[in-house]
Design a protein around this ligand. Structure first.
Ligand SMILES: Cc1ncc(COP(=O)(O)O)c(C=O)c1O
Length: 376
């Protein structure tokens, strides 16, 4: 516990709440919690199933067969990856808990895990909570936010058991460049490291979702996490999945089955419905996100920030002007001067110090209001 502090957003939300109590009505463009509803059929499935008898008991630890099959069909249809629903799929109560389960399963005291800087803060906290040591690998704009595997191979990796990777990458919105996944698989094999690919953003503003498991030979060295939180607007429902070889899935299950129980059956059946949605669903939500992104670009232009236009996922990542000391300074200036909250990139690691991240979660009018406040 000494190595971890309260999650940044949990603290910041308290600060925003106290500003709101003073009547500031802060527009929070920080957190990536989808505001759009799930598909209506998903909600009606939950409602119908919840009214049936016999649905309230404990569920099996591996999820119901229908849910595992739905995940397998989804992977086949959209990622062209064939997975055995009985052995290669483990439903999770959100992918965040999967990160913790993986760390508890594979890390002993003193073991190391490579984590991206910038990257999702949970990787390093979960590694530390499991008794391991997070070792950051830098991602930079110059390398299109992809790791320098040669430099890593030249360092001492003798204690490294896991490497977290995440493409499309949060917070930078970059996709894996050509050849990166093949290089990662070769690296993991050569160094005997298990790659954990965290893949929750592949459907957002992206027509070609990619799974690392599609790469030849990946199954031997990859566990992939996925989630319905962003792709299906179901963040609060807590539905995720772990995919990989049956041996690895069984190892994680050995830990997880001692930690929690299966999900509420109506939730699992509603998730089956969500996973069966066709491409129209993704086009529908992406049409909305694209309109919002255009407004976010306006905000960034007003702030003289520089951004890549090919980003995917729920956020836009942008470089701040040189005259700010760092992105915390810009974020505070906009929060206290305009009552709009933008996430300072430094919370994702030191490589993010000169960047800010703006979430696409909020309706257009909020972005318009933020524009007029910041302009003033
Ligand atoms: C990179 C990344 N991984 C995982 C998660 C957690 O997602 P879930 O809701 O499936 O736990 C998030 C959520 O913000 C994220 O940004």
């Amino acid at each position: 516990m000494e190595g971890v502090s309260e999650y940044y957003f949990s603290q910041k939300l308290r600060e925003i709440e106290s500003l709101n109590k003073q009547g500031k009505n802060v527009i929070n463009l920080g957190i990536g919690s989808p505001d759009l509803p799930p598909h209506p059929d998903v909600i009606s499935t939950l409602q119908e199933e919840a009214g049936k008898p016999g649905v309230n008991g404990y569920q099996g630890y591996k999820g119901v067969p229908a849910l595992r099959k739905a995940f397998a069909d989804w992977y086949q249809r959209y990622y062209e990856v064939a997975l055995d629903p009985d052995t290669e799929i483990l439903p999770l109560i959100g992918s965040k808990e999967g990160i913790m389960h993986i760390c508890m399963t594979y890390l002993n005291e003193g073991d190391e895990a490579l984590i991206p800087d910038p990257g999702y803060p949970t990787y390093s906290s979960a590694v530390k909570l499991a008794g391991g040591r997070p070792v950051s690998y830098p991602l930079t704009a110059e390398r299109n936010w992809s790791p320098d595997l040669e430099a890593l191979a030249a360092s001492d990796l003798s204690k490294v058991k896991l490497m977290f990777v995440n493409y499309p990458h949060m917070p930078t919105g970059q996709q894996a460049g050509a050849g990166l996944f093949e290089e990662l698989v070769a690296f993991a094999k050569a160094q005997q490291i298990l790659l954990i690919h965290d893949n929750p953003y592949s459907f957002i503003l992206n027509d070609h979702p990619v799974s690392l498991l599609k790469t030849p030979g990946a199954r031997e060295v990859v566990l992939e996490l996925n989630s319905l939180s962003k792709s299906h607007n179901m963040a609060g429902w807590r539905i995720g999945v772990l995919c990989g070889s049956s041996e690895r899935v069984d190892e994680v299950l050995r830990f997880k089955s001692n930690m929690d129980s299966g999900m509420y059956l109506p939730l699992q059946l509603a998730a089956v419905k969500a996973l069966s949605l066709g491409p129209d669903w993704y086009s529908h939500i992406n049409g909305i996100y694209a309109e919002r992104r255009a407004k976010v670009y306006e905000i960034l232009d007003i702030l003289s920030c520089v951004y890549a236009a090919n980003q995917v996922g729920l956020f836009v990542w942008a470089k701040i002007p040189d005259h700010y000391q760092d992105a915390y300074a810009l974020s505070d200036e906009v929060l206290y001067g305009s009552n709009v909250f933008l996430t300072p990139g430094g919370i994702f690691g030191s490589q993010g110090n000169r960047y800010i991240r703006i979430s696409l979660c909020g309706d257009l009018s909020r972005f318009e209001q933020a524009i007029s406040r910041i302009k003033k």
